[in-house]
Design a protein around this ligand. Structure first.
Ligand code: NCD
Length: 319
């Protein structure tokens, strides 16, 4: 397993992982998919001793529940930490809250927060092992990994292929993880959307015309407009013309005479960025992403539970 024993205790960004660690996560995801396929429940005996918590300080359907299922299918005990009913509301800091979970016996906390880079402050002295379940507009690394696993699992090799991410890439934490991940597997990444929504990065090409981008694309990744992060007319003025210019339907795809697989991390706004005829077509891999999310998140939990720093928790200052 090579450098798996150096798996980070705080997994915040795709950049925290080596290529070897990423490859290993893909291999274990595939093994999990075989073991747990067809709704099988075959927990690993060796994981019964572990406790994993989720703490979602922002809304979620897919990420939180796939972690909850991954935790329980592995055989670990699952604690859903209800932040709204916790002492966070009494002004307790996140660090003290996480330390409390650690001392109560929780091994890992999966954290979703609206604060970008919030996990960085815990990297030097982690109060508990942490997985980033999405932090503000920064990153969503477990989503990017399960997306990559889905592509490979579908037999779609990325080397030399062009993946076009369409939409509000500037405010999309999923995109910010994908642009760090996909080029490591030989993919070229195009970001397409209204210029106000485009994220600038050395690893990507920017395009503002969907049809021209489609002509160059092998794989399409659609994004929801991140309205909750829009605080200026510069971003909101685009809503009205968005579907016409950047929404996809089967007719727009068929024009290009090639079968372009379409991914979406969900939640999708049907009729805005994607039409229901695409969701119902064989080109759409969104439900496969959901299926695979459990297997890849299991692989990440396994890597983190088995490896890494054993000296978590506060190190008291000597008096
Ligand atoms: C994404 C998120 O929350 O960042 N969803 C997800 O985790 N599957 C994308 C989004 O909200 O648009």
């Amino acid at each position: 397993m090579g450098d798996m024993n150096k798996f980070p205790s705080v997994f915040e960004s795709i950049d925290d992982l080596t290529l070897e660690q990423i490859r290993s996560l893909l291999t274990v995801s595939a093994q999990n998919k075989i073991r747990f396929q067809d709704r099988q429940f075959a927990p690993y005996e060796s994981y019964r001793k572990y406790v994993v918590a989720t703490s979602f300080l922002e809304h979620s359907t897919r990420t939180k529940h796939s972690f909850g299922l991954a935790i329980q299918k592995l055989g670990c005990m699952y604690v859903d930490f209800n932040a709204e009913k916790s002492s966070l509301q009494k002004g307790e800091s996140i660090e003290e809250t996480l330390l409390t979970l650690w001392y109560q016996g929780v091994d890992i906390c999966v954290l979703r927060t609206s604060v970008s880079n919030q996990l960085s402050e815990f990297k030097n002295n982690p109060p508990i092992k942490l997985i980033n379940g999405g932090d503000g507009i920064n990153e969503h690394p477990t989503q990017a990994l399960l997306d990559l696993f889905t592509l490979i699992d579908q037999g779609l090799e990325l080397d030399g292929k062009t993946v076009t991410i369409v939409g509000d890439s500037k405010h999309s934490r999923v995109t910010h993880s994908l642009v760090r991940l996909l080029p490591q597997f030989g993919a070229k990444v195009i970001l397409c959307g209204p210029k106000e929504y485009l994220y600038e990065d050395k690893n990507v090409q920017l395009m503002t015309n969907l049809d021209e981008a489609l002509a160059q694309s092998d794989i399409l990744y659609m994004l929801r407009i991140q309205k909750e992060r829009h605080n200026s007319p510069e971003y909101t003025k685009i809503y009205e013309s968005y579907n016409q210019n950047f929404g996809i339907d089967l007719a727009k795809l068929k024009k290009h005479n090639k079968a372009i697989p379409v991914l979406h991390p969900g939640p999708a706004n049907i009729g805005v960025e994607i039409a229901s005829d695409v969701l119902k077509s064989e080109l759409f891999l969104g439900y496969q992403q959901v299926v695979n999310s459990v297997y890849t998140r299991m692989a990440i939990l396994m890597a983190m539970l088995e490896n890494g720093d054993k000296t978590i928790g506060h190190k008291p200052v000597r008096l």
